[in-house]
Design a protein. Structure first.
Length: 515
């Protein structure tokens, strides 16, 4: 399957999931607003999700997919699936013990994960109760990550990409059922919805594997050489693949000391910029890892570098304009998405400020998702962890320095700056090791993208000035004005990209037909 087809598959389902996620967040903002209950639920939702991305999807996928692909090529399907069964046994066994201990000692752990809540007994108690309910989601997602990694190794990307849609559908249903209830009850219902969504996604991936002739039997754990190698690669990968998630957790810890609502502002801003990151960065990274693994294993280093260049080109074509647009019209976006019900105009402006800061790092977030597979494909999870620790330390220092003058926005600024450091160091290391080099085509395309983005930026800037009255009006007026801005700015970018040569229809057609 061509890279662009794989990206389109993952990105298409991710787009559906993120659109439903926006609907979920709009309902959440309308019903919960940005108060203590919302803060508590977002902590309860973020903590197992952070561990999921670090352990299950991050470290495990980064180590497992290249190893499974190697077993598949060298030893055949049966041996590869046997390795997968033993890996699943170890992973699930560990996470069941880890989750049980975490849930038992949740009050103690919450003092470290959201220490600022200790001065607010309501937020602290709610966060403990909600997180105990949501935490089993981590184990369910570990199973989903393994089954999805197997499907990805066979270039079957649809099921894994579609699984998050189920989470959003279930949470939307919970929100609709909870309308009119007390806020604490809404948070409780949402927490149970998260736990239920984990089980539903596991069932969905099991059915998807069986549909593709993949049957994983529960195996008795055996400490084989392959499993030892997997565990060895996972340990540094837990940080290397999830630096961004750790940065977000650091932000949550620091934000817990700020005024009520700060965590909610960061959450809603994070959700907006995660749309292009998920549709573009995660989609490209997911499709790229098995492709690079096979190319590098076959000794096709030049082909692997070309794949990396095309992945950067494809991702930046969409990421650069998205990041610039989010920086120019953040308040217009947040007012349309969230400013209704319990979510006030002041809440919208506070979220918009965080969105602007987060968006400055959007190209860096995407680059990390693309550059990290170049290390993982070579079974090198040590280098990204070293870089990740440096970026993480930078994030903590910058957050502490910036929250004084900028409050919660300083946390978003620190996340963006540390992500740029992460991306640039990874890029420099690949170049120094002769494992990457940008080609002339990429340089020309990037220049064209920047010029096209500049034209779009000017149009958005003047457009939002002309539509000021509409954005101060009723919701329907704001929606129409935002659609006009997005449509006009997007159209100008597309024309500019064609004129400058940043994108060509002939290249798209060639990638669609290339195997």
């Amino acid at each position: 399957m061509s890279l662009i087809k794989s990206v389109a598959t993952v990105g298409g389902y991710t787009m559906v999931s993120r659109v439903l996620g926006f609907l979920r967040d709009i309902l959440m903002a309308t019903i919960l607003g940005a108060g203590p209950v919302a803060d508590a639920f977002f902590v309860a939702f973020r903590i197992p999700n952070m561990f999921r991305r670090l352990v299950a999807e991050g470290a495990f996928s980064a180590a497992f997919v290249p190893m499974f692909a190697r077993r598949l090529e060298a030893d055949g399907k049966d041996i590869a699936l046997e390795f997968a069964a033993h890996s699943l046994s170890f992973l699930v066994g560990f996470l069941l013990i880890f989750s049980s201990l975490f849930m038992i000692f949740m009050p103690f752990m919450m003092e470290f994960l959201a220490p600022g809540f200790a001065i607010d007994s309501e937020r602290f108690t709610l966060a403990v109760d909600f997180t105990r309910i949501t935490f089993p989601y981590l184990t369910a997602m570990a199973i989903v990550a393994l089954l999805g990694g197997i499907l990805n190794a066979f270039y079957k990307f649809a099921a894994m990409a579609a699984a998050p849609i189920l989470l959003n559908i279930i949470l939307i249903g919970c929100l609709l059922a909870a309308m009119g209830k007390a806020e604490s009850n809404v948070g409780m219902i949402l927490s149970w919805g998260v736990a239920a969504a984990g089980l539903v996604q596991v069932a969905f991936l099991i059915l998807a594997c069986r549909h593709n002739g993949i049957h994983i039997r529960i195996a008795r754990p055996q400490m084989s050489d392959n499993v030892k190698r997997l565990l060895k690669l996972m340990l540094p990968g837990a940080l290397g693949a999830g630096v961004m998630q750790i940065n977000i957790l650091v932000g949550t810890i620091i934000a817990s000391y700020l005024a009520a609502g700060s965590i909610s502002y960061l959450y809603y801003a994070d959700r907006v910029y995660q749309l292009p990151l998920g549709v573009i960065g995660i989609a490209v990274g997911t499709a790229l890892l098995p492709l690079l693994s096979r190319q590098i294993r076959a000794g096709e280093n030049k082909t692997a570098i070309n794949s990396l260049n095309r992945a950067i080109e494809l991702s930046m074509l969409f990421t650069l304009p998205a990041g610039i647009a989010l920086m120019i019209i953040p308040e217009q976006i947040t007012s349309v998405l969230f400013q209704h019900g319990e979510f006030s105009a002041d809440d919208s402006r506070a979220t918009a400020s965080a969105l602007l800061a987060f968006s400055a790092g959007l190209p860096a977030y995407v680059l990390v998702k693309i550059l990290a597979p170049a290390f993982f494909a070579r079974e090198d999870t040590t280098t990204p962890v070293i870089v990740g620790v440096i970026a993480m330390a930078t994030n903590v220092i910058l957050s502490l320095l910036l929250i004084g003058p900028f409050a919660h926005v300083g946390i978003a600024m620190a996340t963006a700056l540390s992500s740029w450091l992460n991306a640039l160091v990874l890029l420099a290391l690949l170049i120094l090791r002769n494992q990457y080099g940008a080609d002339t085509r990429l340089y020309k395309r990037l220049l064209g993208m920047l010029l096209a983005s500049a034209g779009m930026a000017a149009a958005l800037w003047f457009g939002q000035e002309l539509l000021t009255a509409q954005f101060e009006g009723e919701l329907i007026d704001r929606i129409m004005a935002l659609l006009l801005l997005i449509g006009g700015g997007g159209g100008i970018y597309v024309v500019g990209a064609m004129v400058t040569g940043a994108a060509r229809l002939s290249d798209v057609k060639a990638m669609l037909t290339r195997r």
